[in-house]
Write a protein that binds this ligand. Structure first.
Ligand code: CAO
Length: 425
């Protein structure tokens, strides 16, 4: 079976998390991703949060599957020549350097477009044009400036960042979509274009239900927030809502059997209106089905805290998996809180390729997350991340078509970081 993006070559100038998740996704779909790294060091994540000495960290290996690595010193004149050669033969250049870095390197969009008018140049920056456009940004800064942190956590507590990397991996997804859209556009326009994603914008896109609520606030309290039932007044900005459901169906996280010793013995329980009678039957409160004080969603809103406390009396008699099984029989939407340990061991996720075991020459076996997007005619197979500079020779000879003499010239210039390619060391 051919891969969906076979024949597309990506010049991958990304580092850390946001950009690498984008190019990893494109590589899973079959694009040839050539990752350009600084000689001797590489992507900074290779050495960050290391669990095994002198081995690429899991941080790196889990963000750079299915790629090839070439080391080029792009501040060296011969390195710049090499980069120009690659720009000519690539369909897309992806980067997430700090603001102004590529311009300083001599590769502004105007210059890149001049070298290859068909190329798509895609960038992630922290902010779009405006007061903060020159700022460097990491994940949590994006969560804080994009509306996520102010709306996450409990009302009485400080803003909270989430474990889901919506600033980095979330924006990798946004950028990947921008790139494939531009590639599609190129099929009939014949032209490349500039694709940019600001991390703040991408986080706000994922927080749009909170911007919805900001506007609803003008017309009265947000009745589905448990704060309403608790009689706490609303201010002029969307408050933190604990574990309230963000939609029209009230929900909360409830304790299950074993919660005293297991920090993840909880279930998310949704009191979806169409199955309210079933919820009442399961917990033994049949009277609530017809009682006007409970029978309609509007009547229940001010009592949600007490209702969930009563449901919790039932969930604490079951493990989270028993509760899930029983509730599913009644089509009551719910979900156990799964720990990372449980997810790592989940056999169904292994079967679908969402969790994959990969063999690495230095690390041995490691677990990684496979492609969560499944294409019926273009399945993804996850290949280990490259060693630093592992494909330098291969790219010089096979992609750029240089002969031995020319390759030696580049090596001697120091553009590749020394007399030998890094992988041979
Ligand atoms: N050869 C020579 N030099 C290289 C090179 C290579 N192959 N690759 C990179 N460099 C140099 C650049 O030229 C630049 O040098 P100058 O500052 O002298 O021009 C430097 O390395 C990279 O700069 P940077 O600003 O990108 O890196 P940083 O570690 O200081 O900042 C980050 C990291 C992530 C804060 C910044 O890149 C950024 O804001 N990126 C955009 C937003 C983003 O994607 N953030 C998410 C990161 S994941 O949490």
């Amino acid at each position: 079976m051919s891969k969906a993006l076979e024949g597309v070559r990506i010049l991958d100038f990304t580092h850390v998390q946001s950009g690498p998740t984008c190019t990893q996704l494109l590589a899973w779909f079959g694009a040839d991703v050539v990752k350009v790294e600084r000689p001797g060091v590489g992507d900074i994540t290779r050495g960050q949060l290391r669990d095994v000495p002198n081995v690429d960290s899991l941080y790196f290996t889990m963000l750079n599957s299915n790629k090839r690595s070439i080391t080029i010193d792009t501040k060296n004149p011969k390195g710049k020549e090499l980069l120009e050669g690659l720009i000519k033969v690539c369909d897309v250049l992806v980067e997430n350097f700090g603001p102004g870095v590529l311009d300083r390197m001599g590769f502004s969009w105007e210059r890149v477009h001049q070298i290859n008018p068909k190329i798509i140049m895609a960038s992630i920056k922290g902010f779009g044009p405006g007061p903060y456009e020159d700022c460097k940004v990491y994940e949590n800064v994006a969560q804080c400036t994009g509306g996520s942190a102010s709306t996450t956590g409990f009302r009485e507590g400080p803003p909270l960042v989430t474990g889901a990397q919506i600033g980095d991996s979330g924006n990798g997804l946004h950028l990947a979509l921008g790139i494939v859209t531009a590639l599609y556009h190129r099929t009939h326009s014949g032209k490349g274009q500039r694709v940019t994603v600001a991390m703040q914008d991408g986080v706000l896109n994922l927080c749009r239900v909170k911007l919805r609520d900001q506007q609803r606030l003008k017309h009265g309290p947000l009745k589905e927030y448990s704060q309403y039932g608790e009689g706490a007044p609303f201010g002029d900005a969307v408050p933190r809502a604990g574990n309230d459901s963000g939609g029209g169906q009230p929900g909360w996280i409830l304790k299950c059997k074993g919660w005293e010793n297991d920090p993840d013995a909880y279930i998310y329980f949704i009191t979806q209106a169409p199955v309210w009678d079933k919820v009442c039957k399961v917990i033994g409160e049949e009277g609530w089905i017809t009682d006007p004080g409970y029978a309609t969603p509007e009547a229940r809103l001010p009592k949600l805290k007490a209702i969930f406390a009563r449901i919790e009396q039932w969930t604490t008699t079951k493990t989270k998996f028993e509760a899930m099984d029983i509730l599913n029989e009644y089509d009551i939407p719910c979900g156990p809180i799964l720990s990372m340990k449980e997810l790592a061991e989940d056999q169904s996720l292994r079967k679908t390729g969402t969790v994959v075991e990969v063999e690495h020459p230095k690390r041995g076996k490691y677990l990684t997350v496979g492609n969560p997007i499944k294409l019926s005619d273009s399945p993804s197979d996850v290949k280990r991340s490259p060693l630093l500079g592992e494909h330098t020779d291969e790219i010089l000879t096979k992609v750029l078509g240089y002969d031995d003499k020319k390759v030696r010239e580049f090596k001697d210039s120091g553009a590749l970081g020394g007399a030998k390619p890094m992988a041979a060391e």
